[in-house]
Design a protein around this ligand. Sequence first.
Ligand code: PNS
Length: 167
Amino acid sequence: MRRAVCPGSFDPVTNGHLDIIGRASQLFDEVTVAVLVNDTKQGLFDVDERMDMLRVVAADFANVSVDAFHGLLVDFCRDHQIGAIVKGLRAVSDFDYELQMAQMNSSLAAVDTVFVPTSPEYSFLASSLVKEVATYGGDVSRLVPGHVLSRLSERLSERLSERGGTG
Ligand code: PNS
């Protein structure tokens, strides 16, 4: 059984992530999308919400499941008998840090990293930019799945009303 993990923050999942998850699901028998639990960084969505969104948008991929992890990714891989990490590469600028992480992970454990080039239409896409554009009223409907778009606009309206409705 060839198992892989697609790790990330997924705050929230974008069409770029979904592209990589779908392609990983063709390359491996089982794919776990693993959301990092980062106690030092509060996101727009909590980890359970991110996992819920991932489950909805990845529902068509029969061999993809969603989980969360604390601590080192290699420990999660060991605990789940996962031998490969799948990472999307958007541009050469991603490569330096991704290569460093891949080499560190393979030095810590017998886990290899498979780099999948992001589809060109998503090469500029990042969750942080989606949140920034959506916060200021920009159109992100082509950048995230429809379900995520609804959750994003709900959350941003909640934030706006918490702050007094003027933004
Ligand atoms: O979506 P992100 O925030 O770019 O994902 C980064 C992530 C979660 C893949 C990376 O930070 C990670 O693997 N964190 C787990 C901690 C760990 O294993 N650190 C050592 C990496 S060499």
